[in-house]
Design a protein around this ligand. Structure first.
Ligand code: ADP
Length: 467
């Protein structure tokens, strides 16, 4: 089963890790406790046995002393009921002189006897008649290099086992309680930390195409979630701009298409209202054709831009002699310039070849030359030049026309934008020419730059990468 909530997943992970840590720590603590308890017991047993062996060595007697209680208290801190002290002769026989033991007698193992004969002490855990095993130390008494007796000291492991069990019980009671507390706390913390994500999700759900101006709440704390909200808000801002541009574009395109259609319809309606001469019909048809040309031109431009936007602009790439192309454009446009009393002259045309689509490049350059002539008053001039360096071929189209303010220079490349000055002109397009020119330049890996002074003229430079 997949758990969908990050908070729940975090809590499960956290609690599992905590359980593992508790178990490891508890296990280690239990091990250390058991080790230190049994070491303490062995040390105490050894202490008692040493004293008895010492006495037996000095006094020559191997009898269980009367101050056993005192002796145990000295080394253990208390005198246990279940304790054993026995004296044996070197062959392992119980000394008949000693008083009977307070508790049951423990056996002397063959291993302990063998070790003692070699002068070695032996610690053993043996089953006793009580309910708990006993810990036994068998120590040899050595006099003048000979084993004279064996001292056996033992004690029930009851206390030690009970302490160990108590520790385990405490652990078993504390562990689930601690885990519950830590898990619950972790869950609450995770929920609190992730609450802004829920709020953001709800806010994001409310934002649709119609409400792109809404924004997610930023806390200003600068943490990860605040940065996420900021990033999403920036993205919403960009989407809002893009939506706005698309809406504006659709409105402008519809408007530009509607104008010639209205004219066409109006002219036809007027022509049909009464009987006309064939010349009049011809005039109406000619004017209608002009409007259809305008629509055609506009639709072509829109299609080209849409293809360029989608990155599917069809390009027939071949080497293009730019000088030759510019000369053709010059010849074509010189007539237009002449009609408007504008001097148009090509200057310094180098022979440069670029790899490109000839028809697209022609459209680009024609647009720019057409604009230069359109926005230059009679008596002005338009110049054309072509230069190249190692990287770029650059075509410059300069005019002494109306020019553009800094602000307008930025905006003339947006769709359907026409500068205020241009709008007052009788002639002029719909404001798509420069967008198309720029799209074509960019599709060739190039760009268009503009320098202009209002009232003095403009220079448009097309930079195309050299082949
Ligand atoms: P249009 O069809 O209006 O010429 P363009 O996209 O070609 O559209 O040009 C956009 C605007 O840029 C024009 O309306 C005009 O304001 C400005 N512009 C373009 N070329 C020039 C120029 N050579 N001199 C002054 N203004 C220009």
């Amino acid at each position: 089963m997949r758990i969908r909530s990050i908070g729940a997943r975090l809590t499960i992970w956290y609690t599992s890790l905590l359980t593992l840590t508790f178990l490891l720590l508890g296990g280690t603590a239990y091990g250390l406790l058991a080790y230190s308890l049994s070491r303490d017991m062995d040390t105490a047993l050894n202490g008692v046995a040493e004293v008895l062996a010492q006495r037996a060595r000095v006094e020559g007697s191997a009898v269980v002393p009367s101050d056993v209680d005192e002796l145990f208290r000295r080394f253990f801190g208390f005198s246990p009921l279940e304790r054993h002290i026995e004296m044996f002769d070197p062959r392992g026989r119980r000394d008949s002189r000693q008083p009977p033991s307070r508790s049951n007698q423990l056996p002397l193992s063959p291993k302990a006897l063998k070790n003692a004969s070699q002068g070695l002490s032996t610690f053993e855990t043996v089953e006793s008649t009580g309910s708990y095993p006993a810990r036994v130390l068998t120590m040899p008494v050595i006099r003048a290099g000979r084993v004279t007796n064996l001292v056996q000291v033992g004690m029930s492991l009851e206390n030690m086992y009970k302490t160990r069990r108590r520790f385990l019980l405490i652990m078993a009671a504390v562990l689930p309680f601690g885990l519950l507390l830590a898990g619950g706390g972790g869950w609450l913390l995770a929920r609190r930390a992730l609450k802004p994500v829920d709020i953001m999700t709800q806010a994001a759900r409310r934002i649709s195409g119609e409400h792109l101006d809404e924004r997610l709440q930023e806390t200003g704390s600068g943490d990860e979630l605040d940065r996420l909200a900021k990033t999403l808000n920036d993205m919403l801002g960009r989407l809002d701009d893009a939506f706005h541009q698309i809406r504006q574009f659709s409105a402008d395109a519809s408007h530009e298409l509607q104008t010639p259609l209205t004219i066409l319809k109006g002219e036809m309606e007027v022509a049909l209202r009464s009987q006309r001469s064939s010349e009049e019909y011809q005039r109406v048809l000619k004017s209608g054709l002009e409007e259809i040309d305008r629509i055609n031109h506009l639709v072509e431009g829109l299609l080209l831009l849409a293809r360029a936007d989608a990155g599917v602009l069809r390009m027939d790439l071949r080497p293009v002699e730019l000088k030759e192309l510019l000369q053709e454009i010059y010849e074509q446009m010189n007539v237009v310039a002449d009609n408007r009393s504008i001097s148009f002259h090509p200057s310094s045309l180098e022979t440069v070849s670029v790899r490109g689509d000839r028809e697209h490049l022609r459209r680009l350059l024609l647009n720019l030359v057409d604009n230069a002539i359109k926005y230059t008053p009679a008596g002005g001039s338009v110049a054309l030049s072509l230069q190249s360096d190692e990287e770029w071929a650059s075509v410059r189209i300069s005019d002494t026309g109306i020019g553009l303010s800094k602000d307008e220079q930025e905006r003339i490349f947006t769709r359907f934008h026409r500068a205020t000055e241009a709008r007052s002109q009788r002639e002029g397009g719909v404001g798509l020419g420069l967008c198309i020119a720029r799209s074509i330049a960019e599709a060739h890996g190039g760009r268009i730059q503009v320098e202009s002074t209002p009232g003095q003229g403009s220079t448009f430079t097309v930079l195309l990468p050299q082949t």
